[in-house]
Design a protein around this ligand. Structure first.
Ligand SMILES: Cc1cc2nc3c(=O)[nH]c(=O)nc-3n(C[C@H](O)[C@H](O)[C@H](O)COP(=O)(O)OP(=O)(O)OC[C@H]3O[C@@H](n4cnc5c(N)ncnc54)[C@H](O)[C@@H]3O)c2cc1C
Length: 592
């Protein structure tokens, strides 16, 4: 596990600081134990969940309960839970791997996520010792099923606008009233993390048991996808909740809500990259088998382009996810703490909140791209239910909506960075000033250097400078009113997502050295990603600069941008073909 200073870059610091490929965790560096847990999860999904999918889709929640119980037996529910409470206390890399391998059964993945990320995690991070001992062991065996009740009809993105009310009673207990919407596991959960305002004011998290009385589930929602997971309203009518069931501090429910979402976003990114891997396998096999005009469609350039691009984008998102997991684990490992004390994990997850939002947005959008192309490669067969491609497509769409919509997450990325810059946590402001002087000074040739991926490393350096230029100018131009400029913030977020993805892909390819037989394919994938990221970043930067400046200033900024982003395009056609052909030959995704 990487533990050097570089591996422990602070959240967002990669934007201005270099990383060493040796310190970066990649999927190729997984230990045997981690691989074993990944394989166990995959086997469980293939042998137990997928055969039960029809019954899940008919809303037979006894099957969902049974499968959660099986996850408990296999240790999959307790990956993030200390041994003292019955967990197996493994690292976040393993946690990511489990999410990834759960992905081909997205409906059950939602049930599993509701139990682990949304119920066990808040208890672990914010629960008192008594709360942990009371609820966690039963959640780990599947005896209790959990759900997380934040959203309401009128408050989704604006979660703090919740109307649910907790009226304080003379004996210190609370009476909860309200209606929560779109609750995963809502139809059959036993214990709920509910957010409500004490006396209409203090936004607070509570642990609510169905057995308290007054909790009812609405009817199952008719959804576009995830038909095998329960999504209902949860109605609270005079539910008497004892004082000891406040989770975290009264009035600090936002801390519970947002920190839980941070980790959820990272793991959702894992579910998405896992889903993309599965779909690439389906597409490659179908393209090899399906013949048109007397030859397999996999031999047509149009299809090879699609397969190649599906691999490139998945490679980048997977690279950023494992890099991030490595950063989190390194930070937790280097901070002395008691295994049962959630406060260190909490602080570390908060530290990497920017990366968590990037993981969620990049993961969900790469997945949607891959699944759309998977359908296209399947042609008419992609549109009918005989093949899983159409189910994957429907199941995935919600990933851009829940765990914070992608718009909200995009706004959070530069928003959180601006707050850190102002506090001086990340030296963005001085770096942006230095860059401004450099860019407005006499032209300088880009730094030399050669070796593997040297052009791509230079490109990533230029991407970071472009991000700094746009972000620094936005902070300077709008100051306190930056939050009102959503279009520019979204441009900045898009650039940052591409920077983190491109750098992670390049670092992963470099980390292979030339030891592995597949090293050249890693280089191909990283090169294609960087080549195309350059075009996207250039377009976003131009749009943002033109929104912020005009006339001579704009012309000067654009000239600086041209100098930074002056690249010769590479032959991505050949590289994508190589990647596609390898996937077809293997009948699946080509990396670890
Ligand atoms: C299948 C499913 C399962 C779910 N599971 C759960 C669960 O277990 N627990 C739970 O609490 N919730 C759950 N949800 C709810 C989910 O988290 C919300 O749907 C989501 O947060 C979005 O809220 P909303 O639907 O009210 O959309 P809105 O907030 O109304 O958003 C509508 C649009 O406006 C945009 N928008 C909103 N505010 C802004 C802004 N300030 N700036 C720019 N754009 C903005 C959004 O990005 C979106 O595009 C689930 C939803 C689904 C569909």
């Amino acid at each position: 596990m990487p533990t050097s200073e570089t591996a422990q870059l602070r959240g967002g610091a990669w934007l201005i600081e270099p990383s060493d490929p040796h310190d970066v965790l990649t999927p190729e560096k997984l230990t045997d134990e981690q691989r074993l847990i990944g394989a166990t999860t995959q086997r469980f999904v293939e042998q137990e969940v997928l055969p039960a999918l029809d019954r899940l889709e008919q809303h037979d929640w006894s099957v969902a309960r049974q499968l959660v119980g099986r996850c408990g037996e296999l240790g999959l529910l307790g990956v993030d839970v200390p041994e003292d409470y019955g967990g197996v206390d493994l690292d976040k890399v393993t946690s990511l791997l489990v999410s990834e391998r759960m992905a081909s059964a997205a409906s059950f993945g939602a049930t599993f996520g509701g139990q682990t990320n949304l119920t066990l995690l808040p208890l672990l991070l914010f629960g008192t010792e008594a709360q942990k001992r009371k609820y966690i062991p039963k959640l780990l065996t599947g005896e209790l099923i959990g759900a997380y009740c934040l959203s309401e009809t009128g408050s989704g993105s604006d979660a703090l606008g919740a109307k649910s009310r907790a009226s304080r009673q003379p004996d210190g207990s609370f009476l909860l009233n309200g209606e929560k919407m779109w609750i995963t596991n809502g139809g059959f959960a036993d214990v709920f993390i509910v957010f409500a305002k004490i006396d209409g004011e203090q936004f607070t998290a509570f642990i609510v048991e169905r057995a308290f009385g007054g909790v009812t589930s609405g009817k199952e929602e008719h959804k576009m996808g995830l038909h095998g997971s329960s999504t209902t309203a949860v109605i609270l009518q005079d539910v008497k909740v004892p004082a000891e069931n406040v989770l975290g501090e009264a009035g600090k429910g936002h801390k519970v809500a947002f920190n839980v979402l941070n980790f959820g976003r990272f793991k959702l990114g894992g579910m998405c990259s896992g889903g993309a891997r599965t779909a690439i396998g389906e597409a490659a096999k179908y393209a090899a088998a399906r013949k048109q005009f007397g030859q397999p469609i996999a031999t047509f350039g149009a299809i090879r382009h699609k397969l190649g691009e599906m691999i490139v984008r998945t490679y980048a998102v997977e690279s950023l996810l494992y890099r991030m997991a490595g950063m989190i684990d390194a930070r937790i490992a280097s901070t002395p703490h008691d295994a049962n004390d959630g406060s260190v994990s909490l602080a570390v997850l908060e530290e990497y909140a920017i990366e968590a939002s990037i993981a969620k947005v990049a993961g969900s959008e790469v997945l949607d791209y891959v699944l759309d192309e998977n359908i296209q490669i399947h042609g008419g067969n992609g549109f009918v239910k005989d093949y899983p491609a159409e189910r994957h497509y429907r199941d995935a769409r919600v990933n851009r909506i829940f765990e914070g919509t992608n718009e909200i997450n995009r706004l959070l990325i530069p928003g959180m960075l601006a707050r850190r810059a102002i506090k001086g946590d990340v030296a963005i402001i001085s770096a942006a000033k230095a860059l401004q002087d450099e860019l407005l000074g006499p032209p300088e040739l880009p730094a030399g250097g050669d070796g593997p991926l040297s052009d791509e490393r230079r490109a990533v350096d230029a991407f970071k400078k472009t991000a700094l230029m746009v972000f620094g100018l936005a902070m300077q131009t709008y100051g306190q009113k930056l939050a009102d400029q959503q279009e520019v913030l979204i441009n900045a977020a898009d650039i940052m997502i591409d920077v983190f993805s491109a750098e992670s892909a390049v670092l992963r390819a470099l980390a292979q050295g030339d030891r592995t037989p597949r090293a050249a394919l890693h280089v191909d994938a990283a090169r294609v990603f960087v080549n195309d990221a350059a075009m996207r970043i250039d377009a976003s930067a131009r749009q943002a600069l033109a929104a912020m400046t005009q006339g001579d200033t704009l012309r000067t900024m654009l000239a600086a941008l041209r100098r930074l982003m002056k690249f010769t395009p590479i032959d991505t056609v050949t590289l994508r073909r190589r990647l596609a052909d390898e996937a077809v030959a293997r009948g699946g995704y080509i990396f670890a």
